[in-house]
Design a protein around this ligand. Structure first.
Ligand code: ASP
Length: 585
């Protein structure tokens, strides 16, 4: 037997017992005749003791052990003289009588400690060592627990987990496909699923009225801060349901997960915000509702004919930052630089401080008298000590998005984006389509299988841009954690949708003929949603990035630096796949 106990298991009740432990040498300290070693495994750390005076040879052996050596020891559990209250095994130690080195280790490239000295790159290259650290290991344990909870919760509601294939054709979720060449079908390629969207819809046609799957999805996108080319979804679909049924089911699941994984309970149902309102009040379809600072439209007050920048703007909006009138010139300049950054793109920032005596001092004092500034203060509901920040622009949507960034920045600065606070909501009534400048056509905002809201179907021909979708996103703390829609199940409506999206009937048939065909054989009304598993786990774990809850993630250039993938293929492999490369320099 390699071990009788784990390194996290022994307590006072085991004192006097002979045990065998196996694990890694975390650290060793020599103090006079004594040598202490912290032995670590997945479950914890146990202190080993060697005494030169009682067994000089054994102690000499112990002194030769390096960090991360794998060892096995036999010894007796002893009550510790100085107890360590910081670890569960801190009351005891093992007086070692036998030591066996199971494997030596080179000196690790970084310290395997909570506060490691290893930078990001080196830890990714040696991810298997990084995973020995508590912090990362805990995230994977949480992830496992979450998957179990999800499976039990959905299974208890009659959901069936069904696997769908990875080698499929294109699934339109708005990203590029990762493709896999087929050796047996030269010149042809599979696409990896961007999501199992069409397959889960086919399962509904098959009568599996409650489906879920914890499933890998692949999207070839330019990686922004918190994306991975492969990620995991909790993918779900239901038949004979309305939006309300889906929201009830998955709000229930969210609440359950919060309760069991974080001990957080919510009063009443989550807020629901129509998309247009979310954009108007927060400039975002995923507003962070942990704090207020809502937008106030100021056109009526500030368009006086005195300040051409405002007079010519399509939108003027302000936020009120409580207590920030004390901001120095330098801090205000920093904020101005912040909104002018190319990623945000505002032209400038107007500010107004409400002074202690109630008067307002602004950066546009030369255009506005105190009377207008007082109206501004009233409309903003600003109090003495508050700072009003105003953006304007000739494109209302763009300006709102800029103001959203400023709101989030102020929330951050004021410490209002507390990781231990959770504000959840549903955003509903998304526009069905959005115009793509790049493609010069309407694109589906969600995906082409989304059902329009019933009351807007009549607008499909006359004013498609005004059509709202029967779609919903769940948002937590400014992050989209899930989303879905009621689907089209009528082949004619689906055909029409493809037509509006610019597919010729032939192209639609070629790409989605299988689905439209299936719809001819009794497709039930259905809808569903997918939760982003990585996002959920990182939210529960309080992480800034989803990377730290994925065992082997890719870096920001989509590389696995440990495996050194992607990599070139041998010529023989290319030949077998009938592939010829034409690499642009
Ligand atoms: N397939 C969708 C997605 O990946 C989710 C859904 O509509 O169920 O975003």
């Amino acid at each position: 037997m390699y071990r009788t106990h784990t390194c996290g298991e022994l307590r006072m009740e085991h004192v006097g017992k002979e045990v065998t432990l196996a694990g890694w040498v975390q650290r060793s300290r020599k103090m006079g005749a004594m040598t202490f070693i912290d032995l670590r495994d997945r479950y914890g750390i146990t202190q080993l003791v060697f005494n030169e005076d009682t067994d000089a040879e054994l102690c000499a052996q112990a002194n030769k052990l390096g960090r991360e050596f794998v060892i096995q020891v036999v010894g007796t559990v002893n009550e510790r003289y100085s107890k360590n209250k910081n670890i569960p095994t801190g009351d005891i130690e093992i007086i070692v009588s036998q030591l066996k080195v199971l494997n030596a280790s080179e000196i690790p490239p970084f310290t395997i400690e909570d506060n490691t000295d290893g930078g990001d790159d080196i830890r990714m290259k040696y991810r298997y060592l990084d995973l020995r650290r508590n912090a990362v290991r805990k995230n994977l344990e949480l992830r496992h627990k979450m998957c179990i909870e999800v499976r039990n919760y959905l299974s208890n509601l009659g959901f069936l987990e069904v696997e769908t294939p990875m080698l499929i054709g294109s699934t339109p979720e708005g990203a590029r496909d990762f493709v896999v060449p087929s050796r047996m079908n030269p010149g042809q390629f599979y696409a990896l699923p961007q999501s199992p969207q069409t397959l889960k819809q086919l399962l509904m046609v098959s009568g599996f009225d409650r489906y879920f799957q914890i499933v890998k999805c692949f999207r070839d996108e330019d990686l922004r801060a918190d994306r991975q080319p492969e990620f995991t979804q909790i993918d779900c679909e239901m038949s004979f349901v309305t939006q309300e049924d889906i929201i009830q089911t998955f709000e229930g699941m969210a609440k359950h997960l919060f309760k069991v994984l974080r001990g957080v309970e919510f009063d009443g149902p989550f807020l629901r915000l129509p998309w247009a309102e979310a954009m108007r009040r927060f400039g975002s379809d995923k507003p962070d509702m942990r704090f207020g600072m809502e937008f106030v439209e100021l056109d009526d007050i500030l368009k006086t004919g005195a300040f051409p920048v405002f007079d010519n703007a399509a939108y003027i909006g302000g936020i009120c930052a409580p207590g920030c009138a004390v901001y120095t010139r330098k801090q205000l300049d920093q904020l101005t630089d912040f909104v002018k950054r190319p990623q945000i793109g505002a032209k400038g920032l107007v500010y107004a401080r409400v002074q202690d005596d109630g008067t307002v001092k602004s950066s546009v004092d030369k255009f506005y008298g105190q009377e207008v500034l007082q109206q501004l203060k009233e409309k903003m509901e600003a109090k003495p000590g508050d700072l009003i920040l105003i953006l304007s622009g000739d494109d209302a949507m763009k300006t709102r998005k800029q103001l959203c960034e400023l709101r989030l920045e102020m929330g951050e600065r004021l410490g209002l984006r507390d990781k231990n606070k959770f504000a959840l909501l549903w955003v509903t009534e998304f526009p069905m389509f959005e115009w793509s400048e790049e493609e010069g056509r309407l694109m589906a905002m969600h995906h082409p299988f989304t059902h329009p809201m019933d009351e807007d179907i009549a607008l499909l021909d006359s004013d498609p841009a005004a059509v709202r979708a029967d779609a919903y996103d769940m948002v937590c703390n400014g992050v989209e954690v899930g989303g879905g829609s009621i689907r089209i199940h009528d082949p004619e409506l689906q055909e029409k949708m493809f037509e509006i999206l610019g597919f010729t009937p032939e192209k639609a048939q070629e790409q989605f003929g299988f689905l439209m065909n299936a719809f001819k054989y009794g497709a039930p009304p259905h809808g569903g949603l997918a939760y982003g598993l990585d996002r959920w786990v990182s939210l529960f774990a309080g992480l800034d990035s989803i990377r730290d809850c994925i065992a082997f993630p890719k870096n920001n250039s989509g590389r696995d630096v440990m495996l050194d993938a992607p990599a070139a293929l041998d010529q023989s492999q290319l030949d077998e796949l009938s592939l010829k490369l034409d690499l642009k320099a």
